[in-house]
Ligand binder design. Structure first.
Ligand code: G3I
Length: 367
């Protein structure tokens, strides 16, 4: 076999063997962000703590974009009417700046992790539409204004479209109090607050054709009205048991046809079956789901996911993982608190998994 035909994964095994023989410790692991340099940005969601933990070394080597996992969400950054908690998000912004990384903003308006005060008048009654819109406007100007020029893309609105095929929008306090016109307004305000930032609608389960059709209808209506919206975010919280690559491909094809920029915003691939609701731990949850069989399913699927992303690389600008390594994932807490998951490309010892090599291999094939 000519040398150039050897896959990156095989290269790694060979190089490791040679190193073991020679007792060398040279770092032969390629940087993910360099591997994808000409295709898309490689991001990770982070907290102010883990950027400075050991996981931060993985971050600095492999990633060139950050998203705050929680600290820019309304309930965390704006916990009381006149108080903003800037220190956490500021520390992430300065880490990004110091290490030459891009920064995505997540998220200006989401019906989850919202502070209770937002929907309440001073007498405790439900707030009026005018007041809620005014509060949203102030929030957006304060937050997008503070990070103006630092955040290159904002998730302006998160998860507004319903999972129920017969319902267009999810019932949320924003929708109940303001009606759908709030959507147009928040995009316009975000654009005023930071005219350079790309503005995204971000959602999950977009591989479902019915939900996807609604999303396309919503963004098309917004664009027809001249609302500044530049992209669609595909979260990508998938699992090895149900993700179908043909469905992913159909999704990317439809979204790419809108002409909007696509960001994969929250990528992970759980080794557990997907569940919609939080529940208590059961005895079967204590088994290790990261078996050889599941691991190899995950490796292969990660390869196929990236092969599909690369097919649509013209439309996809960034791929962000939701967390950095399997040492810590939000899926360790969800849907079963304390149940370990292994959804990322680096293991709990911060080492690249075979899935990593499968992904690297795809980049080699699409050079
Ligand atoms: O910070 C508190 C801590 O003080 C407290 O002791 C602890 C007790 O449970 O909770 C901590 O807050 C948790 C927070 O994460 C920080 O770890 C919240 O309970 C928990 O609900 C919250 O979960 C976050 C979730 O959004 C909230 O809905 C996850 O970390 C975060 O990964 C997840 O991210 C979302 C995206 O923003 C939008 N798309 C879906 C994605 C996954 O749900």
């Amino acid at each position: 076999m000519p040398l150039c035909k050897i896959s990156p994964a095989l290269w790694f095994v060979l190089v490791s063997l040679i190193q073991n023989v020679n007792g060398q410790t040279t770092d032969s692991i390629p940087s993910l962000r360099e591997v994808f340099r000409n295709k898309f940005l490689i991001g990770a969601s982070v907290s102010p703590i883990n950027i400075h933990s050991e996981e931060g070394t993985v971050l600095k080597k492999h990633f060139n974009s950050l998203t705050a996992e929680n600290v820019m969400k309304m309930g965390v950054i704006h916990p009381e009417p006149n108080r903003y908690a800037w220190s956490g998000p500021d520390s992430i912004a300065s880490f990004a700046r110091n290490h030459g990384m891009k920064l995505r903003g997540h998220t200006l308006v989401w019906h989850k992790q919202t502070p209770n005060w937002l929907f309440r008048a001073s007498d405790g009654s439900k707030v009026s539409k005018e007041t809620l819109l005014q509060r949203l406007r102030e929030h957006i100007f304060a937050v997008a204004g503070r990070y103006r020029g630092q955040i290159y893309a904002w998730d302006v609105l998160n998860e507004a479209i319903s999972d129920d095929p017969g319902t267009f929008y999810t019932r949320t306090p924003f929708m109940e109090i303001c009606g759908e016109e709030f959507i147009e307004k928040i995009f316009r305000w975000a654009h005023e607050a930071d005219p350079e930032a790309l503005l995204f609608y971000n959602d999950y389960r977009e591989t479902d054709p019915v939900k996807r059709k609604k999303i396309i209808e919503m963004v098309t209506r917004l664009r027809d009205k001249g609302v500044p919206i530049h992209g669609i975010g595909l979260q990508g919280h998938w699992n090895i048991h149900s993700l179908r690559i043909d469905e992913l491909e159909a999704c990317l094809k439809d979204f790419a046809a809108t002409g909007l920029i696509l960001h994969i915003t929250e990528l992970d691939l759980s080794v557990w079956p997907g569940e919609p609701d939080r529940r208590e731990m059961r005895p079967e949850d204590s088994i290790n789901a990261y078996t050889m069989a599941n691991a190899s399913k995950q490796d292969a699927l990660y390869g196929k996911i990236f092969a599909t992303f690369l097919k649509y690389a013209q439309a996809i600008q960034a791929v962000t993982f939701w967390n950095i390594t399997d040492r810590h994932s939000w899926l360790d807490e969800w849907p079963v608190r304390g149940r370990k998951d292994h959804p990322l490309l680096f293991d709990a010892d911060l080492q690249p998994k075979f899935a990593f090599w499968k992904v690297v291999e795809q980049a080699e094939y699409h050079k």
